[in-house]
Design a protein around this ligand. Structure first.
Ligand SMILES: Nc1ncnc2c1ncn2[C@@H]1O[C@H](COP(=O)(O)OP(=O)(O)O)[C@@H](O)[C@H]1O
Ligand SMILES: [Mg+2]
Length: 296
């Protein structure tokens, strides 16, 4: 069964580095891995020191890497909204919608919807991979993205209730005749229900611990600890929890009791501090061997 990993944590702690190392480690152990960046400020290309595109690039026979283009998925999302609007409200086409779209493009909430679409597309298209590892954007956007399915569901449920009330009161039910069978349906209600199902599906995937794991990356410093605790708290609200904690830029000289005390409940993995940034495929592999993640 395919597993999905989200690497989260404060900016600069090493989400990109540790997700890349993990992807390489797993691929060299024989698993088919797709590593994909959702961070609009992409840097997998710097880590691999080569061009990385939205279309996954082959790194070794088991490892493919891509950088998801947020702009592309925002466009796709808006085009879809436009189609829906044009269908439902024909009169709107007479107005200048283009101007409104400029505003919608930069409205709060658009980016997480766009990322959710990208996510859905990826897990469907790349089903054959044993692991899909997502290198995530900064905490704010990541938390919004992860909470979106639940939040949308809550909203949609309210809208469905409201729609049902309206239908009951006004009896604006469209009757469609198929031979002698009459089914009653309401277009909007159908749409709301199908969206509800869609979010429910995504939620089930993200919340299922056998499928999805949230990996929290942190460093041995106060700020990183504080933000990590914040992430854990906020995830709880969305019925999500971290399963692994990766301590990056780990310094053996600093005692680990503070980490054990704060994060001992999670599966811990330590990535030692390197004397310099770890970039280039060969150097990344060498780092894994030097630190016994891979045998020589
Ligand atoms: N284990 C490590 N040893 C040395 N430098 C590291 C290590 N992990 C990350 N870095 C460096 O720290 C910086 C931030 O890492 P990055 O992976 O880009 O973090 P994030 O994706 O969380 O923003 C980069 O310059 C990176 O090369
Ligand atoms: Mg990064």
């Amino acid at each position: 069964m395919q597993k999905i990993y989200f690497f989260l944590g404060k900016g600069g702690v090493g989400k990109s580095t540790t997700s890349t190392l993990t992807a390489i480690e797993n691929s060299l152990k024989g698993e088919k891995v797709l590593l994909s960046s959702m961070d609009p400020a992409h840097n997998l290309r710097d880590l691999f020191e080569r061009e990385i595109t939205q279309e996954p690039v082959e790194i070794n026979e088991n490892l493919f890497v891509s950088e998801i283009s947020l702009d592309y998925w925002v466009e796709e999302y808006l085009k879809d909204v436009e189609r829906q609007l044009a269908k439902s409200y024909a009169y709107l086409t007479a107005l200048s919608l283009e101007k409104s779209f400029e505003i919608i493009r930069y409205s709060p909430g658009i980016e997480e919807y766009a990322l959710l679409r990208a996510f859905k597309f990826y897990i469907k298209k790349y089903k054959k991979f044993d692991k899909i590892i997502f290198d995530m954007p900064p905490t704010g956007l990541t938390l919004k993205f992860l909470s979106l399915p639940k939040l949308s569901q809550v909203w949609l449920e309210k809208l469905v209730d409201l729609r049902n009330e309206i239908i009951k009161k006004k009896e604006i039910i469209t009757r469609i005749h198929f031979g002698n069978i009459t089914i009653e349906r309401d277009e909007l209600l159908n749409k709301l229900n199908s969206q509800l199902n869609e979010y429910d599906e995504i939620r089930k995937i993200i919340e299922d611990k056998n499928t999805t794991e949230l990996v929290l990356v942190l460093n041995q410093d106060k700020l990183s600890f504080a933000e990590s605790n914040l992430i854990i708290e906020k995830l709880k609200v969305a019925d999500l929890s971290v399963s692994k904690v990766y301590v990056n830029k780990y310094d053996e000289k600093i005692p680990v009791d503070k980490i054990n005390e704060a994060f001992g409940a999670y599966e811990l993995k330590f990535f030692p501090l390197n004397s310099e940034p770890i970039t280039g495929y060969d150097n990344l592999v060498e780092y894994l061997k030097r630190n016994n993640f891979l045998s020589r």
